[in-house]
Write a protein that binds this ligand. Sequence first.
Ligand SMILES: [Zn+2]
Length: 114
Amino acid sequence: MTMTCQTAQSSLLDLHFSTLDGAERDALEAHLGGCPGCVTQFLALKRACDEGERASAPSSAVAARVHRTAVLAMRASPSRWERPVALALAAMLTLVAMSAVGQLSHLPPRVVGH
Ligand SMILES: [Zn+2]
């Protein structure tokens, strides 16, 4: 079973999160075995995900801005602006935003005045 780079790259997130079934995973891993370009994509995606999980809390303004950027990227990406890349970007930004929300929820409530 052959797989195009486009198909492979649209499944990289699923591979990272182990949500592929056996046959899909085998096909994707077979593709990665012979396609350095997709391996590079996959490693970049993994790194982005790991950094998103480890990220120190960005300010809520930054989180709002990256969220808006992700929405714009998704809207501005028909088939031409590689959708897998947009999806990976959106997923990465979502992780960063989620980690920001998680960090913020651990902060003490902001005290204004006395
Ligand atoms: Zn490929």
